[in-house]
Write a protein of this length. Structure first.
Length: 473
């Protein structure tokens, strides 16, 4: 439907292809982007545009380019499949006014999406997103679009090798020479996404074991999200082979998932903490630690130990990116694998973060499991658990209304709730840990997170809360 309301979630607009994600609706969003750019940047704004490996990605990107160019926007179109961080880097490097990525990130394969990047090389802040949302026309965009070739001839659309430029930027930001000299073998699971081939391009074919690097827009029916229960093949490959570590990326390669040399999953909470420790202790860097509401409290302890300020934001990396662009941030991230670190763009980058941890392993001369053990010994046991509960929108609304009305739960798993924080959802803080309940901003899902002093206790918090709210039925 051409009058479907277009709403951006925590990270862009996403919808099911051929349902709400249609060429007509995509044109509406692209036109709104052009109108916003003209309002904020004048007569000749510029955009860098690319797409991931999803179904109809090239066609959706071409249509977007035609709308933008026809509306007076100068478009640089990536000449191959690219990751979201590559577009963010190119936007910043080219001095463009915005970046656009046709991607649905980690969503199921039937989705596509539209991520908007700010001029500083990170997710567009909420104020920018709001302007685009408000500019979306109610009906179909009028008129006929010129062919792409005509726009290219006129100079309104040009193509560029964004991938190569991005790889060169990573070579500058990372100590690739040290990693390759170490001889460590890295297994890389691209989950059929836009990250395929990037680690090999940096380290060489002999040092990388590729998994799920072929073109498959259906992702074999599995959402490309690098979480533990979707990385069985990576875990088995590392545990039974010669790889020292395993890296995994989501569909547009801005998120990171990792397994250690034993094939055991290493959570984003621990990756964040390891990065803080490495950049502060080994590289001698300082700055604030910025984390989202669902991220480990170990980072608060590290901030106290290192005398670094810690800031907590709502869920969504767009809240972190602006802080990274504006100030001195050491590490910023979220529990879902979106992490950024000093020395690169103010953007999640799964390739950069994964290889930065590998660089840490080389620099310290320790395995990933040994680095994690050292972290837990220094800052205490912190274990996290998350359950994504698929739920109808009316059920989700009922649960959230109940929590709002009664001010949260009184106790979870037998522990009295000391306070309920409502920065983004309902976070129940106890003497032994915490539990957070919040709705997804991009899917019909209720997310329940926890942290406790053991894996069993963390899971028990979530299961008890689900029982109390009738979510386990």
């Amino acid at each position: 439907m051409s009058d479907t309301p277009i709403e951006f979630g925590t990270d862009g607009w996403r919808a099911v292809i051929a349902d709400d994600y249609t060429f007509v609706n995509l044109e509406r969003v692209a036109q709104a982007t052009a109108d916003w750019l003209h309002d904020d940047y004048g007569d000749t704004p510029s955009v860098v545009l690319g797409h991931d490996t999803r179904f109809l990605g090239p066609q959706f990107a071409e249509r977007t380019a035609r709308v933008l160019a026809d509306a007076g926007v100068e478009v640089t179109l990536a000449n191959s499949i690219v990751s979201t961080p590559a577009i963010s880097w190119a936007t910043q490097a080219a001095g463009a006014d915005a970046g656009v990525v046709i991607t649905a990130s980690h969503n199921p394969p039937e989705y596509s999406g539209y991520k908007l990047k700010a001029h500083f090389g990170g997710p567009a802040p909420p104020a920018m997103i709001e302007k685009v949302e408000q500019a979306v026309p109610d009906g179909a965009r009028p008129g006929t679009l010129p062919p792409l070739n005509d726009l290219a001839t006129a100079g309104s659309v040009q193509t560029d090798d964004v991938r190569t430029g991005y790889l060169n930027a990573l070579r500058h930001a990372l100590d690739i020479e040290a990693i390759t000299a170490s001889g460590l073998t890295v297994a890389h699971d691209a989950m059929f996404g836009a990250g395929q081939g990037l680690v090999q391009a940096l380290l060489g074919d002999d040092q990388v074991i590729p998994l799920r690097h072929d073109q498959n827009p259906g992702f074999h029916g599995v959402a490309p999200e690098p979480i533990a229960n979707r990385l069985g093949g990576l875990s088995d490959t590392v545990a039974t082979g010669d790889a020292a570590v395993g890296l995994a990326n989501d569909g547009d390669a801005d998120r990171i998932g990792m397994v250690d040399e034993n094939g055991d999953y290493v959570s984003s909470h621990r990756i964040l903490a390891l990065l803080v420790k490495y950049l502060y202790e080994e590289r001698g860097l300082t700055g604030s630690i910025v984390k989202t509401f669902s991220t480990t409290h170990m980072l608060d302890k590290m901030g106290e130990r290192y005398d670094l300020p810690v800031e907590t934001t709502p869920i969504g990396f767009k809240h972190i990116a602006q802080k990274m662009a504006d100030g001195n941030v050491l590490v910023g991230g979220e529990e879902s694998g979106g992490i950024a670190a000093s020395g690169h763009i103010p953007e999640r980058d799964g390739i950069y973060i994964g290889l930065l941890i590998v660089e840490m392993m080389v620099e310290r001369g320790l395995s990933l499991s040994a680095l994690v053990d050292e972290l837990l010994e220094e800052f205490g046991p912190h274990y996290n658990y998350r359950d994504d509960i698929h739920i109808r929108e009316d059920q989700k609304a009922d649960v959230l209304d109940r929590l709002d009305t009664q001010g949260g739960l009184d106790a979870v798993n037998g522990h009295a709730v000391d306070r309920v924080e409502t920065l983004d959802g309902f976070k129940h803080v106890t003497a032994n840990g915490w539990l957070l309940i919040r709705p997804s901003g991009t899917e019909p899902v209720l997310r329940v997170y926890s942290e406790a002093e053991s894996p069993e206790a963390a899971e028990a918090l979530v299961k008890d809360a689900s029982r109390q709210l009738g979510l386990d039925e």
